[in-house]
Write a protein that binds this ligand. Structure first.
Ligand SMILES: Nc1ncnc2c1ncn2[C@@H]1O[C@H](COP(=O)(O)OP(=O)(O)O)[C@@H](O)[C@H]1O
Ligand SMILES: N[C@@H](CCOP(=O)(O)O)C(=O)O
Length: 319
C-alpha cells in the first residue's frame, strides 16, 4: 500500500476486507449464522507495538507477526489452541477470542482453532490481536462487513485503541477518543521504518504496569510528549532520520521501569549510540527502529527483525 491514506475508524474503509456486505450497517439483526451463509473463516491478525516511545495510548504500528484463528459455526463450543499461551488460556466462554466474538454480536455455537505466534504479555499486543480476531470472526459469522463499530467493540476491552486500531487497520495508527467513542487514523509507514523487537522471556501484564502510572504528570513532561508524539507521526511516515528524538518518552517508561529494568538498560544503551529504541507497548519487549549494533548486550532477549504489517486483520472464507 502506498500513499498517505487516512482511515477513519473502520477497516470497512479498506484496511481489512472480509467478505462484502453493507458497510456501516448498524447492530447485527441476526445473531447466529444465516442459513446458506458462509460458516467457516480464517482470520489472520497482526501483532502491534504501541506508544512508539512518545505516543502513550495514542500511537501504534502493526507488525508482521501473526496469530491465525480458524472459526466455524458449530454446535456448542470447542477451542483448540497451539503456540503462544496454549498452556494458559481458558477453553470456555472466558477465552478472549470467544468474548470478542460475543461482543460482536454472534451468540451461536462456535468452533475455534487458534494458532498463536504473538507471545503473550510481552508488549506486542497479543490481547488486542485476539480481540480483533474475535470481533472479525463474529462479524464474518453474521455475514457482516467490518465497519466503524468494530474499533469501538475492540477498543472497549482495553480502554485504549492504539493496539486494536493497529491490528485492525495495519500500518501506523493515531488513536484517540472523543467522549466514549474511539477514533483512529491510519497512515502508511515510511519504507525505511524497519522494526526489530527484543523479546525477553519474562512476562509483564499490561494491566499491572498501567497501575504503576501516576494520576498526574508535570506540565513540562506533557508539553514535551505533545511535541515528540507529533514529531513521531512525521518521523514514522515521512522522515525516519528524526526517529531518535521522536521516540523519547516522558509519560510512561520511567514509571514502569521497575517492572523491566533490563529492557530499560538495553534501550538506554541503544539510544546512547543514536539508535531509536523504546519500550514496546507496556513492555517488557524493546522496540528498535533500526539495527542493533554488535556492542549492545542483548543476552537474554530473543532478537527478531519484523516487517511493518500494512494490511491489518484479514478474513478469508474457508467454505
Ligand atoms: N490469542 C489469545 N487467546 C486468548 N487469550 C489471549 C490471547 N492473547 C492474549 N491473551 C490474554 O491476554 C493476556 C496478555 O495481555 P496483556 O497483558 O495486555 O499483554 P499483551 O501485551 O501481550 O497484549 C494473556 O495473558 C492472555 O490472558
Ligand atoms: N498504550 C498501552 C499499550 C499496551 O500495549 P501492550 O501490547 O503491552 O498490551 C500501554 O502502554 O499501556
Amino acid at each position: 500500500m502506498h500513499g498517505d491514506r487516512a482511515r477513519l475508524e473502520g477497516p470497512g474503509h479498506g484496511a481489512a476486507r472480509p467478505h462484502r456486505g453493507r458497510a456501516g450497517a448498524g447492530r447485527p439483526r441476526c445473531r447466529r449464522a444465516r442459513a446458506g451463509a458462509r460458516v467457516s473463516f480464517l482470520i489472520t491478525v497482526p501483532a502491534s507495538t504501541a506508544n512508539l516511545g512518545s505516543g502513550f495510548d495514542a500511537l501504534g504500528m502493526a507488525l508482521g507477526l501473526y496469530d491465525e484463528v480458524e472459526v466455524r459455526a458449530a454446535d456448542g463450543l470447542s477451542i483448540d489452541v497451539s503456540g503462544a499461551g496454549a498452556d494458559a488460556v481458558p477453553r470456555d466462554e472466558s477465552h478472549l477470542v470467544v468474548r470478542a466474538v460475543r461482543a460482536a454480536g454472534y451468540t451461536g455455537g462456535l468452533g475455534l482453532t487458534c494458532r498463536n505466534s504473538i507471545p503473550h504479555a510481552r508488549g506486542l499486543g497479543s490481547s488486542a490481536a485476539a480481540i480483533v480476531a474475535g470481533v472479525a470472526a463474529g462479524y464474518a459469522l453474521l455475514g457482516r462487513e467490518l465497519d466503524t463499530d468494530a474499533l469501538q467493540i475492540a477498543a472497549q476491552f482495553e480502554g485504549h485503541a492504539d493496539n486494536a486500531a493497529a491490528s485492525l487497520f495495519g500500518g501506523v495508527v493515531i488513536a484517540w477518543s472523543e467522549g466514549e467513542r474511539f477514533r483512529a487514523v491510519r497512515k502508511d509507514p515510511h519504507p525505511d521504518v524497519r522494526p526489530t523487537v527484543l523479546i525477553p522471556a519474562q512476562e509483564s501484564s499490561t494491566k499491572t504496569t498501567r497501575g504503576l502510572l501516576p494520576a498526574e504528570v508535570p506540565h513540562a513532561d506533557a508539553a514535551f510528549a505533545a511535541g515528540r508524539a507529533a514529531l513521531a507521526v512525521h518521523a514514522l511516515t515521512t522522515d525516519p532520520s528524526l526517529l531518535l528524538a521522536a521516540t523519547e518518552d516522558r509519560l510512561h517508561q520511567q514509571y514502569r521501569e521497575p517492572a523491566w529494568p533490563d529492557t530499560v538498560r538495553v534501550i538506554n544503551d541503544l539510544r546512547k549510540l543514536g539508535v531509536p529504541a523504546a519500550v514496546s507497548g507496556a513492555g517488557p519487549t524493546a522496540l528498535v527502529l533500526g539495527s542493533v549494533p554488535p556492542e549492545v548486550d542483548v543476552q537474554g532477549f530473543d532478537v527478531r527483525r519484523l516487517e511493518v504489517d500494512t494490511s491489518g486483520v484479514r478474513v478469508r472464507p474457508l467454505d
